[in-house]
Design a binder for this molecule. Structure first.
Ligand code: NZQ
Ligand code: ZN
Length: 390
């Protein structure tokens, strides 16, 4: 195991009905907030009215930032920063999925910048030196943004989607009310499950330390549980028990717990998927699902043992060579993705082999920022994409 620092400062309140406590919980920090929401689901389900009422009842003045789209845009972040500054707001509250939470974080970071543009924080030409306090009430289980310091934003002018992270971006508090996720339609429920599983699988295969038995088993337990809970939630959207498991599992999948001690690692599939989303505006989890089996096949050339370990422990696969076990493991994952309704190839997303070069070039910006451009050159990314095409 490698040396590490683990510090996750986000306080979690978990339970059905707890979104009504947003006001009482947030009031000690702020009496003037920006409330960030998406394109209408929170209003349709009544979650918006409940959270807004709770804030106002506690004496918190609310300024809305509505209309955050999936694969959230920089222009909306800038609109939020302007409003926050103009109205001297002192905190940002997100009510929605990962897109809404990430927009809230970017507004919180951008609002306190002395100079320059918030996009500089994504290209790493400017440090994230602080942020307004962020609070989240997630309505979709997927990104893990509710308990981490990451945000992912699309710059529609340059056509790039980039991730950034900072200790200042951990939400102060996140209220996880699983009932709010019961209205997520089956497709986005499945994409969310695939996203959370991918957050666990990537470090599982990419950690630089080969001897991390505890981290492996934590990840395997979470993956197995997420596979089951996603299937249950897709089959029975109103199953609060399944929604609860899915929600807490997705949060734990990217809150730093399973990655502590695994050494150097980075999110290659996410890096490539962000290029897909930037260019084709595909839902994040669908893009990951289309890439995962192909990337694992590419990866299994070097890491057949680890892929086979996953198959033995999750699906009780046994017999044959390590390579054969790895092949069966990838087939089992593909079966699961199909069963819950995810695409498992780029062609299912309408992407053709002729697009690979453009995707690989787009991913090169993030690879350079992450310092992995020598490992994941555009040629390597194109080779991975070729494995994912059909
Ligand atoms: O816009 P609304 O009306 O809210 O509809 C959304 C959207 O259409 C809908 N939805 C959300 N909650 C709902 C609901 N519909 C019915 N009932 C509800 N309760 O679902 C659709 C997708 O929402 P979105 O927020 O885009 O999904 P998700 O949570 O998967 O977030 C995806 C974004 O998170 C980023 C991704 O790149 C992507 O931009 N990620 C952020 C990460 C982080 N901050 O740590 C890590 C992840 O790897 C990921 O990259
Ligand atoms: Zn993700």
């Amino acid at each position: 195991m490698q040396p590490f620092t683990f510090h996750n400062p986000t306080r979690i309140l978990f339970g059905p009905g707890l979104c009504d406590q947003a006001g009482a919980e947030i009031r000690p920090f702020s009496d003037r907030v920006l409330l960030v929401t998406g394109t209408g689901s929170a209003k349709r389900t009544g979650a918006y009215d409940r959270v807004r009422r709770s804030l106002e009842a506690a004496g918190v003045r609310v300024r809305d930032l509505e209309g955050v789209v999936s694969n959230p845009r920089l222009s909306k972040v800038r609109e939020g920063i302007e409003a926050t500054r103009a109205e001297a707001l002192t905190a940002v509250v997100a009510l929605g999925g990962g897109s809404v939470m990430d927009t809230a974080k970017a507004v919180a970071a951008g609002a306190v910048l002395d100079e320059g543009d918030v996009w500089d924080c994504f290209t790493r030409t400017r440090e994230i030196a602080g942020a307004l306090p962020v609070f989240t009430v997630p309505t979709l289980a997927a990104s893990g943004s509710e308990m981490n310091g990451f945000m992912v934003i699309t710059n529609e002018e340059t056509g790039h989607k980039l991730a950034a992270g900072s200790e200042h971006l951990y939400p102060r508090l996140s209220i996880l009310d699983p009932v709010l996720t019961c209205s997520v339609p089956p497709d986005y429920t499945a994409y969310g499950g695939a996203d959370a599983v991918c957050h666990l699988l990537e470090p599982y295969f990419n950690g630089s330390d080969p001897d991390t038995p505890l981290q492996d088993r934590l990840a395997e337990a979470l993956i197995q549980t997420l596979l089951e809970a996603t299937e249950a939630a897709v089959a029975r959207p109103g199953d609060v028990a399944a929604r609860s498991t899915l929600m807490w599992g997705a949060t734990l999948a990217l809150n730093g717990l399973t990655r502590a001690g695994i050494g150097e690692h980075f999110f290659a599939v996410h890096m490539i998927e962000h290029a897909l989303s930037a260019l084709f505006d595909v839902p994040h989890g669908a893009g990951l699902a289309a890439l995962l089996p192909g990337w694992m096949s590419w990866r299994a050339a070097e890491s057949a043992d680890k892929v086979a370990q996953l198959g033995r422990r999750l699906w009780n696969l046994s017999g044959g060579t390590r390579r054969e076990e790895a092949r069966q493991t990838i087939a089992a994952l593909r079966d699961w993705l199909r069963r819950v309704g995810c695409p498992t190839s780029l062609s299912e997303l309408g992407i053709s082999a002729g697009d690979h070069g453009r995707i690989a070039e787009n991913a090169a910006l993030q690879a350079g920022i992450w310092g992995v451009d020598a490992l994941y050159t555009p040629e390597v990314v194109a080779a991975v994409l070729a494995q994912c095409q059909e």
